[in-house]
Design a protein around this ligand. Structure first.
Ligand code: UTP
Length: 475
């Protein structure tokens, strides 16, 4: 970059009220100056200033949902054997779709894991009771098992972030990609962290603090990377989207896929019933005739508390972050600037920064805002959507927090409960406490089964059944 170009760039930052970015310019080394110029050049100031203006001044209406939402209609969970029998045709449609190679798996794994205090990419976290498999390995095994069962290669896209990318790829390299052949990594976009008045926050004297652009960044990343075109060329019609921090997500689920195909849905979603009004999950709703998710913080209290005559929560459809996305529908956005369609949300954040002397500091309280897109904001753009209920243990026990609710501890307990429940239905004798927990650790590999029905089928076929005791691993 010539001196003249550098000067022009700095003027641009002035024009957009971001001149402080160059506050330490005169005392930066030439290497630091180059680093700052390169980063500054990569930012589209015009676009960013519009986004910032929108989130700070136009979109920010906390009660914007109050009077205009109704609860989403959903397909109820088949609770009994009779109900499951009725789903046979739907499951067969799903199986045919998978066998025909029309489904790809897509994991978003670019989050920062702030609540968990993760120093490595979340996918590397060891998350099974006995074998301490990483989250990445769990999903790799689910995908391998589906490839075997349906005798078709399954393409697996993994979204990472600037920070997580190299470490993720290295981890897969070290583990021989867990023997999954068709893995594609894609890096999501980044956004600058801003102050409450819209100024970029400096991480160092020569670097603007950046963060991943949210799981909604997946849509743009798929287009930009050419992966969407690749899927289309491969004849793949459905993207099975799930989040790395929920090892219960069924990455390839014939019942879900069959329901999506049968209903000609463009975006399908898995829900679980909210357990209590304050539970921190978004809720599927309808708004102006379209589906949407209202975040728990945006759901007005009256609606959150509302119960029907039977005492059930009315706004009960909790978002699990598991969706099926129609490739052609996602492609519609490809030509457009998706950012102008999908809104940004803001979250308060502690952003490591510098003081007035340019020295690094870690604030004790939130000092900045993170701008993120959410995948579920695509819902209102779809004409056809379905929401499918699931029982919790079959699909949802995410690892979000270091302790308490939705932590590694609760996720491990839920795995034990799930495995035990399958073994009990299979007729084994296994003691449990009042919470359904066995007195010892056991583990069932996703390569054996990732759901009750596959488990029962395989278990029946076993010539000699393993004894159920402490540290038993069934694979
Ligand atoms: P969360 O919204 O729970 O965020 O992500 P997080 O980043 O993992 O954790 P916190 O909020 O900082 O504590 C849900 C899923 O979306 C992915 C995460 O990796 C997780 O699988 N995600 C989130 C991304 O891939 N990119 C993002 O920018 C944000």
């Amino acid at each position: 970059m010539t001196d003249k170009q550098a000067k022009e760039l700095r003027l641009q930052f002035c024009k957009y009220g971001q001149e402080h970015v160059f506050k330490f310019w005169e005392i930066l080394s030439s290497e630091e100056q180059l680093q700052l110029l390169q980063q500054a050049k990569s930012l589209n100031l015009d676009y960013l200033s519009q986004i910032i203006e929108n989130v700070l001044h136009k979109n920010f209406q906390p009660d914007r949902y109050a009077s205009i939402i109704t609860p989403a209609k959903f397909i109820k969970f088949p609770n009994s054997e009779v109900d499951w029998q009725k789903c046979k045709e739907t499951i067969a449609i799903g199986e045919q779709t998978i066998k025909a190679g029309k489904v790809a798996a897509f994991t978003v794994a670019g989050g920062e894991g702030t609540r968990l205090g993760c120093v490595v990419p979340k996918g590397i976290l060891q998350a099974t009771p006995l074998k301490k498999k990483s989250l990445f390995q769990i999903f790799a095994e689910k995908i391998k098992a589906a490839e075997r069962k349906y005798e078709t290669p399954i393409h697996w896209i993994i979204m990472t972030s600037e920070r997580a990318h190299n470490e993720t790829i290295e981890f897969f390299g070290k583990n021989d990609s867990f023997e999954v052949e068709n893995i594609h990594f894609v890096k999501q976009g980044q956004m600058p962290a801003i102050t409450n008045d819209g100024k970029f926050i400096m991480e160092t004297r020569s670097k603007i603090a950046m963060h991943p652009d949210g799981h909604g960044g997946a849509l743009k990343a798929l287009g930009r990377s050419g992966l969407l075109a690749m899927l289309e060329n491969l004849g793949i019609e459905i993207i099975s989207y799930f989040q790395i921090d929920n090892p219960f997500a069924r990455s390839i689920d014939p019942y879900f896929i069959g329901s999506h195909v049968k209903n000609q849905s463009q975006v399908s979603s898995r829900m679980v019933r909210k357990l209590y009004p304050e539970e921190k999950v978004g809720v599927f709703c309808e708004r102006k005739g379209r589906s949407c998710v209202v975040e728990y913080s945006d759901l007005p209290k009256e609606q959150a508390m509302l119960r029907d005559a039977a005492g059930n929560l009315v706004f009960c459809a909790g978002n699990t972050g598991i969706h099926l996305l129609d490739v052609q529908f996602i492609k519609q956005f490809n030509g457009k600037d998706i950012h102008s369609e999908i809104p940004y949300h803001i979250a308060q954040k502690i952003v490591p920064t510098i003081n007035s002397l340019g020295e690094p500091i870690i604030p004790q309280v939130t000092n900045g805002l993170k701008l993120e897109m959410f995948i579920f904001d695509i819902l209102p753009f779809a004409e056809k959507t379905i929401v499918l209920e699931s029982d919790r243990l079959s699909n949802f026990s995410p690892i979000k927090n270091m302790d308490g609710l939705d932590s590694l501890k609760t996720c491990l307990q839920d795995q034990l409960k799930l495995f035990t429940s399958w073994l009990l239905v299979a007729g084994t004798d296994i003691p449990t406490d009042a919470n359904g927990l066995p007195p010892f650790d056991i583990e069932i590999s996703p390569m054996f089964a990732d759901n009750k029905y596959d488990f029962l089928t395989k278990w029946k076929q076993l010539a000699s059944k393993p004894a159920i005791m402490a540290n038993q691993y069934i694979e």
